[in-house]
Ligand binder design. Structure first.
Ligand SMILES: [Zn+2]
Length: 592
C-alpha cells in the first residue's frame, strides 16, 4: 500500500577496520556490584570471547525477559544475566563492551523482503518521500549530475497522488528534466513505471504498440501517442532493453544491501521473489566472509501449475543451500493482487465498484495440490494473500495439506492478510499458520484511509490489518517490511504496529485502535516470530544461552520513549554470530 520515506545510508567499509583498532579502548569498565538477581548463568568453564556489560537487555525470552549483561563465545551466547554473574566470564583475552546503559535486544529478522531489487534500489534514484514534481526533478537532476554519461537513469518511489486527479505522470514531464538519456522511474509499489521519450524510443514503444498480456501501455486519448506510463507487465517492454547489470555490479549491490540491513539492526531476512540467480552470488559473498546477514531465498512457485521438473529444481537448490546463513527451504506462492487496484481476491464485490471482485492467480485445485506436495517434501510454504477470498483459500489449502500428509507443526504462513473474513481469524491459531504482516502497509494516510478503506467498504474495513485479533485468537505473528516497497527500517514499522498512526500522529489514537499491539508483542513479531517462521527458534529470535549471538544496541530505550518516537530509533551496534558487523560513528567516537 502506502509508502514512507526511506532513509538511505552509505557505510564506509573502513568502519569495520577502524572498529577493530578502536575496540581495545572499549574495555575496562568498572563492574557494578549492585546487580545480583535474575541470573541464569552456570559458573563458567572458561572465559568468554566477549562480554557485554552495563546494558538493559530485553531478551524476548519469557523465562528471563530482562538482563544486564551477557557473554559470547564463538558465535553463541554462553551466559545471560546480571553484571556480577557475567563478570566471572572475563579472562585476560576477553573483549569487553560497555553498552552505556543502552537497550540491547535480539537482532531483527525481516520475513518479507525483495532483496535483489531492494539492494539495487540503494544505488538508484531514491524517490521515496519526493511528493512534488519539483522534488522529483531535483533528485533526478542531482543523480544524473553525479552519474554522468549516457547510461540509463533508474529510480523508484514516486506516488500516484503527486499527479493530481489523473494520478499518473507523463513522459513530457520527464523529458523536461532529462531528455538526452533514457529514464525509467518505478512507482513506490512496483506496479507502474514512468519512462521518458528517449527510453520509449530505445524500446520501440510507439502509438502502435499493443498492450502485452497482463499489462497496459497507456496511450494519450487524443494523439494516441504513448504517455510514458506502463502498467504491470507492460513495464517489461522497456525493462528488457536496459543492459543487464554485470555480475560484479550485482555483487556490489548485494554487499550494499547487506550493509544497509546491518545498519538498521537487521541480522536476517527472507527474500520472497525477484531473486533468480542470486544464490550463487550470495554464496560467493559468504565464501569471501562478507555475508553478515542470515538469508532465506524463497523458491518462486509460478502459476498456473507446478511440474515435476519445477519440484526437482526446488529440491536441487535446497540440497545445496540449507543452513543458518543461506537456505532455500522455503516456497512462495502469490494468490492475488492488491486492494487499491481491485486485484485482491474478495469473497464479495468491491464496495466502490461492484463489478469487480478481484482475481485468483492460481486455479484452486492446482494451488492446493502444489502446497500439499511441497508440504510432503518438508518445505516451508508461504502465500501472498491480501483479499479475504485468497486468505481463505490459503488456509483451506494448508489445512488440507496437513491433513493429507499427517504433518504436525508445518509452520506454513500467509503474507499480508490485509482484509480477513471474521470467520477466518481464529483459523491461524487452530491451524498453527503464521501471520506474516507488514505494519508499514497499514499506514493510515490518504491512501490507506481513503483508497483502501473506500474499496473494501466500512464493514470490511473494520478488519483492516487485524494483527491484534489474529494474535488474540492464538495466531503467531511475524512482522517485516516488503522492502523496497517500503523502507527496510524495522523501527518505523514497530512504531506503526503499536500506534497505527502516521508519523504525524494521525488519526489520533490509531486506525482501528483495538488492533494496536503492545510493544512486547510487536518486538516478538520482529524477532521470535520470523525465527519460528524459518524454523530457527532453537538458535535465533531471543537472547538465551546456546543461541546465536545476534543482537542490537539501540540509541534509545524503546520501552521508555513515547511510542510516537520509536521510529526514530537508531542502531548503535549490530552483532551477528558474535561478530560486530555495524557500529554507529557516535558509539565509536564516544569510545563505547
Ligand atoms: Zn512482497
Amino acid at each position: 500500500m502506502p509508502h514512507t520515506p526511506r532513509r538511505t545510508y552509505r557505510i564506509p567499509v573502513m568502519l569495520l577496520a577502524c572498529w577493530l583498532l578502536l575496540s581495545l579502548a572499549w574495555a575496562h569498565v568498572s563492574l557494578r556490584a549492585d546487580a545480583s538477581e535474575g541470573s541464569r548463568t552456570a559458573p563458567p568453564a572458561s572465559p568468554a570471547d566477549l562480554i557485554l556489560l552495563h546494558a538493559r537487555i530485553y531478551t524476548v525470552n519469557p523465562r528471563q525477559p530482562w538482563a544486564e549483561a551477557l557473554a559470547v563465545s564463538g558465535d553463541r551466547l554462553v551466559a545471560v544475566g546480571s553484571e556480577k554473574s557475567i563478570a566471572a566470564y572475563r579472562g585476560p583475552a576477553t573483549r569487553v563492551l560497555d553498552a552505556g546503559g543502552r537497550l540491547v535486544m535480539p537482532g531483527i529478522t525481516d520475513p518479507h523482503t525483495h532483496f535483489t531489487s531492494g539492494s539495487r534500489s540503494l544505488s538508484q534514484i531514491e524517490l521515496h518521500g519526493a511528493e512534488t514534481l519539483e522534488e522529483i526533478a531535483n533528485r533526478v537532476r542531482e543523480y544524473a549530475a553525479r552519474h554522468p554519461g549516457d547510461g540509463w537513469l533508474l529510480g523508484r518511489g514516486w506516488l500516484y497522488s503527486t499527479f493530481g486527479p489523473e494520478a499518473l505522470p507523463r513522459r513530457q514531464m520527464l523529458d523536461a528534466i532529462v531528455a538526452d538519456r533514457p529514464v525509467l522511474l518505478t512507482a513506490y509499489d512496483g506496479h507502474t513505471t514512468w519512462a521518458n521519450s528517449k527510453a520509449l524510443a530505445m524500446a520501440g514503444v510507439t502509438r502502435d504498440t499493443p498492450d502485452p498480456p497482463n499489462g497496459i501501455v497507456v496511450h494519450d486519448l487524443e494523439s494516441a501517442e504513448p504517455t510514458g506510463v506502463l502498467k504491470e507487465a507492460a513495464s517489461q517492454l522497456v525493462r528488457k532493453v536496459i543492459p543487464a547489470p554485470s555480475r560484479e555490479d550485482t555483487i556490489a549491490a548485494f554487499r550494499e544491501g547487506i550493509a544497509h540491513a546491518n545498519h538498521l539492526g537487521v541480522v536476517g531476512l527472507h527474500t520472497l521473489g525477484g531473486d533468480s540467480g542470486s544464490l550463487e552470488l550470495l554464496d560467493d559473498i559468504r565464501r569471501s566472509g562478507g555475508l553478515s546477514l542470515r538469508m532465506y531465498v524463497a523458491y518462486w512457485a509460478a502459476p498456473p501449475e507446478m511440474t515435476p521438473a519445477m519440484f526437482d529444481d526446488a529440491e536441487q537448490a535446497r540440497r545445496k543451500f540449507n543452513d543458518e546463513w543461506l537456505s532455500t527451504n522455503l516456497v512462495k506462492f502469490v494468490l492475488d493482487g492488491v486492494i487499491e487496484s481491485h486485484t485482491a481476491a474478495m469473497l464479495a464485490p468491491y464496495s466502490d465498484d461492484p463489478s469487480q471482485i478481484g482475481k485468483m492467480f492460481w486455479p484452486a485445485d492446482k494451488y492446493k495440490a502444489a502446497v500439499a506436495e511441497f508440504d510432503r517434501r518438508g518445505f516451508l510454504v508461504t502465500t501472498h494473500a491480501i483479499g479475504d477470498a485468497a486468505i481463505r483459500l490459503a488456509l483451506d489449502a494448508y489445512e488440507a495439506a496437513n491433513r493429507a500428509n499427517g504433518t504436525k507443526d508445518s509452520r506454513m504462513r500467509i503474507e499480508h492478510i490485509e482484509d480477513i473474513s471474521a470467520a477466518d481469524v481464529p483459523r491461524f491459531g487452530s491451524l498453527g499458520v503464521i501471520a506474516s504482516m507488514q505494519p508499514l502497509h497499514a499506514m493510515p494516510d490518504d491512501n490507506g484511509l481513503h483508497v483502501w478503506a473506500r474499496n473494501v467498504g466500512p464493514e470490511r474495513a473494520t478488519r483492516a490489518f487485524a494483527w491484534h485479533s489474529i494474535a488474540a485468537a492464538g495466531g503467531r505473528m511475524a512482522h517485516g517490511s516488503d522492502w523496497p516497497v517500503v523502507t527496510l527500517n524495522p523501527w518505523e514499522g514497530l512504531q506503526i504496529a503499536v500506534t497505527r498512526e502516521t508519523p504525524q500522529g494521525t488519526p489520533a489514537g490509531g486506525w482501528i485502535p483495538r488492533e494496536r499491539e503492545t510493544l512486547e508483542q510487536a518486538v516478538e513479531a520482529y524477532t521470535m516470530g520470523p525465527a519460528l517462521a524459518g524454523r530457527r527458534e532453537k538458535t535465533q529470535g531471543s537472547l538465551e544461552i546456546g543461541k546465536l549471538a545476534d543482537l542490537v544496541v539501540l540509541s534509545q530505550d524503546i520501552f521508555k520513549v513515547d511510542t510516537r518516537s520509536i521510529g526514530k530509533t537508531e542502531v548503535m551496534l549490530t552483532m551477528v554470530g558474535g561478530k560486530i558487523v555495524y557500529t554507529a560513528p557516535a558509539m565509536k567516537s564516544a569510545g563505547q
